[in-house]
Design a protein around this ligand. Structure first.
Ligand SMILES: Cc1ncc(COP(=O)(O)O)c(C=O)c1O
Length: 387
């Protein structure tokens, strides 16, 4: 880890942290700000909930709205993208007889939530090496007259690619599109949410924007705002969107009121400059790991995310979910925090680059991989070295 930056975080220095994308990491200053927010609430809960939290939550929501570059009044705070998906499915009253279209690169959130509401799930299928046009064609081919919602990940979780959201939205119109942008705020530069032509866009702040967990944004196009309600409606009655999302009963509001502290930490860490630095580091790091494995990153026509990147594992390694889980256990036991991914019958490592990472992190992973892989079925014949 890069010592000067690592000391701003509270990460265990005995581990090699290469999976920032999973749950983020909260800088110490932000955790302390959240501690202060909690202490203030505990000092006088009545004063906090009645007199102070409404304004603090509004300020946090407005800071988040500015951060993702959309107009005031367009964006609610939610706890995470999972919750945002639930809000949208509820707001559209998706249910039996309806279809929700996801992709084979989608995070499990949307599919499971749609099925829980009795809707039928359909899947647009394309490969990690495909071209953007193939992605658009896959979505178009899976739309039917029953499709109520298309869910597309802007940055895919298992495969770390940036999908052509605007092109898909144009091609499936007038079906409303929900963008799962869990990895986008603070990580993907040049974002213009309104220009995507979608109905809903949900992005986590607790991954790449350095806010406490759980904090996320849900932007909603004007035509859909009136129908969107929080899943917990306790004090929301009579309030318009997005104010009706601010106070959802008696919960711990300390993460949300500390959103401005997280966004300030993002800027202090270097803002878009550090995103560019991390993207370069990730390319070098992925190259290093791929060279050690004798493999490469998949190079299709779809751009890789700046913050996440796949490196192929040797043939036959981690090609199923169970095998990926076994490899995860081995990597964890070696202090390497990096997820193996089984996708389309091939195994990969998904690497991340955060401000606290440096080349040594990837070098340590590369050096440890031969012994970590030793004994796995596909590597046994080569005495542990990748085939
Ligand atoms: C693409 C994608 N969507 C949704 C999620 C879920 O995020 P949360 O647990 O914050 O709802 C993740 C988590 O990593 C993700 O990668």
């Amino acid at each position: 880890m890069r010592a000067d930056i690592a000391e701003l975080f509270e990460l265990d220095p005995t581990l090699t942290h290469l999976n920032h994308g999973a749950f983020g990491a909260v800088p110490r200053s932000v955790r302390q700000a959240q501690d202060r927010a909690r202490a203030r609430i505990e000092a006088a809960p009545m004063r906090a909930f009645r007199d102070e939290l409404p304004a603090a939550l509004q300020a946090a929501r407005e800071a988040a709205t500015r951060f993702i570059g959309v107009p005031a009044g367009s964006t609610a705070l939610v706890r995470n993208v999972t919750e945002a998906v639930g809000v949208v499915l509820q707001g559209l009253d998706v249910g039996p007889g309806d279809e929700v279209l996801v992709s084979n690169h989608g995070y499990l959130t949307a599919g499971w939530s749609a099925e829980a509401r009795g809707a039928t799930l359909r899947t647009a299928t394309f490969g990690v090496d495909d071209e953007p046009a193939d992605v658009v064609a896959a979505f178009v081919a899976a739309v039917t007259e029953r499709t109520r919602l298309v869910v597309i990940d802007q940055v895919t979780s298992p495969t770390a690619i940036v999908l052509p959201v605007a092109q898909v939205a144009a091609a499936v119109a007038p079906v409303p599109v929900l963008v799962d942008a869990a990895h986008v705020p603070g990580a993907v530069p040049g974002l213009d949410v309104e220009a995507l032509g979608v109905a809903f866009w949900a992005g986590n702040l607790h991954k790449w924007s350095y806010t406490p967990r759980a904090a996320a944004t849900l932007w909603v196009a004007p035509a859909h705002r009136a129908a969107m309600r929080p899943l917990v409606t306790s004090w929301a009655h009579g309030l318009p969107f997005p104010e009706r999302f601010d106070l959802q009963g008696t919960v711990d509001h300390s993460a949300w009121v500390s959103v401005p502290d997280g966004l300030a930490a993002w800027a202090d860490l270097g803002g878009w400059e550090q995103v560019a630095r991390n993207a370069e580091l990730l390319l070098r790091g992925a190259d290093h790991v791929a060279t050690a494995l004798g493999t490469e990153s998949p190079h299709g026509g779809i751009p890789a995310a700046p913050c996440l990147r796949l490196v192929a594992l040797p043939d036959g390694v981690a090609t199923t979910t169970d095998a990926a889980e076994e490899l995860w256990q081995r990597l964890s036991a070696a202090g390497l925090v990096v997820p193996p991914v089984a996708f389309d019958g091939r195994g990969y490592l998904r690497l991340a680059a955060a401000p606290y990472n440096d080349e040594d992190d990837y070098a340590r992973l590369a050096a440890a991989l031969p012994s970590v892989l030793a004994g796995l079925p596909a590597c046994a014949a080569t005495g542990g070295r990748p085939a």
